[in-house]
Design a protein around this ligand. Structure first.
Ligand code: GTR
Length: 410
């Protein structure tokens, strides 16, 4: 296809597998310096250059931000969730950036397990939105009005009624606790509000970035996840060596980038992260990079926008981003009602990362094509395609808890 017709295609979403123009993925076992990779050592020698390519072209290069961090215990309770859990609310602040409100971490730890592994992730509408625990602090930060319900969010601020009302059934605290895992979550707007100019009052503005095109909101949110892990490393009640970073949709994209950059995360779970996350960029299906950059100009770096109409010239694709997580375990999930995220493109992306996991002796998904709905496949690398809509729901968590028990905590 000519560049012009490619760019015309990419401005619209296609939902017909048969209409996807042929594409070739960059060879995952060829290094950035064009040499062949045949063992884990060579892969690791190549890893920093590949990571740098992703940073420069998509997510922005993470700046060095050196500031003293403080962890303040705002609240703790040893009888949370019907007495089954310890609840902690921790405020992380940065001495050099007092204009930032800080990260409000909500943590639940099961009482029946000593030093449990922990799920770490961001949430869309504040910690208070995830359950009906009245002691959870209401977020004061700017938020997208996802639900358009003036009783819950007014002037982009959460009201008391936005308690236990998450748009997505994202964090089933009791189910997580019952299986012997801890969870730690924070509102993504704590570090940067999610709108085009949000960077000015968020982390990027605070550190003095003159424009928003070099780094990205995705980069800032990934940075937030690493700061949450910094705290968890200091908490003796948690096994921070077994921290599973997880995210849904845009927060799945952020979690992906966090897992790649920060090897302290022991595993990664992508819940319908789609374009800019799990999905292959070269497939013309669902959301494209043209569409995402137009709708969310702040999510990725300026350089990413220059590939409009010419995505094939991008020197990598998302299968290589999965490879950057190797040998750590990865779970990818898609939903039938979420064709926008390109479910098959998410599957194929993880599938095409297998050769790098194999360098470490890690098995692949065990299937060649996307499995039918509600049929999880694989072990160390896992995938499911469930029925239902774009969401992170009870079915997803049931699988993630199994994965965490069988693979991460074995
Ligand atoms: C959509 C966006 C997706 C996904 C989603 C979400 O509007 O196009 O890439 O991130 O938002 O975060 O729910």
């Amino acid at each position: 296809l000519s560049l012009i017709s490619q760019s015309m295609l990419a401005q619209n979403a296609n939902y017909d597998e048969a209409k996807i123009p042929p594409y070739t993925l960059p060879d995952i076992l060829t290094g950035v310096n064009k040499t062949k990779i045949s063992n884990a050592k060579q892969w690791e020698a190549n890893r920093p250059a590949l990571l740098q390519l992703f940073a420069e072209n998509v997510y922005g290069v993470t700046p060095t931000i050196s500031t003293k961090q403080r962890f303040k215990v705002l609240e703790t309770n040893n009888n949370a969730l019907s007495g089954k859990a310890i609840r902690k609310q921790i405020l992380i602040t940065f001495d050099d950036y007092p204009q930032l409100s800080g990260i409000n971490l909500l943590i639940y730890i099961p009482k029946h397990v000593k030093k449990p592994p922990v799920f770490v992730g961001l949430n869309f509408e504040g910690n208070q939105s995830l359950g009906n625990d009245p002691a959870v602090l209401l977020t004061q930060n700017w938020m997208v009005d996802f639900q358009k319900n003036p009783e819950r969010v007014r002037d982009h601020r959460a009201l008391e009624a936005l308690r236990g009302n998450a748009v997505v059934e994202s964090w089933p605290a009791e189910a997580i606790i019952d299986k012997g895992f801890a969870m730690a979550t924070a509102y993504y707007g704590d570090i940067e509000p999610d709108y085009a100019e949000g960077w000015k009052i968020g982390l990027r503005g605070a550190i003095g970035m003159a424009d928003d095109q070099k780094w990205s909101a995705m980069g800032a949110w990934a940075w937030q996840l690493s700061r949450m892990l910094d705290y968890l490393e200091t908490d003796a009640d948690i096994n921070s060596k077994k921290a599973i970073v997880i995210g849904h949709s845009r927060l799945g994209k952020a979690a992906f980038w966090a897992a790649v950059q920060d090897q302290r995360f022991a595993a990664f779970i992508s819940n319908e992260s789609g374009e800019g996350g799990a999905a292959l960029k070269r497939r013309w299906y669902g959301e494209t990079h043209e569409i995402i950059n137009k709708n969310f100009p702040h999510w990725f770096s300026g350089k990413y926008k220059t590939y409009s109409g010419n995505i094939a010239s991008l020197p990598f694709d998302q299968h290589q981003l999965f490879a950057l997580i190797a040998p750590r375990p990865v779970y990818v999930s898609s939903a039938e009602g979420d064709q926008w995220a390109d479910p098959n493109g998410e599957f194929l992306s993880l599938k095409n990362a297998e050769p790098v996991f194999a360098l470490y002796g890690k098995k692949g998904l065990g299937v060649d094509a996307q499995p039918p709905v509600n049929t999880p496949v694989g072990s160390h690398l896992r995938y499911h395609y469930r029925s239902g809509k774009h969401d992170m729901n009870a079915y997803d968590w049931e699988q993630y808890l199994k994965f965490a028990a069988e693979v991460v905590n074995k």
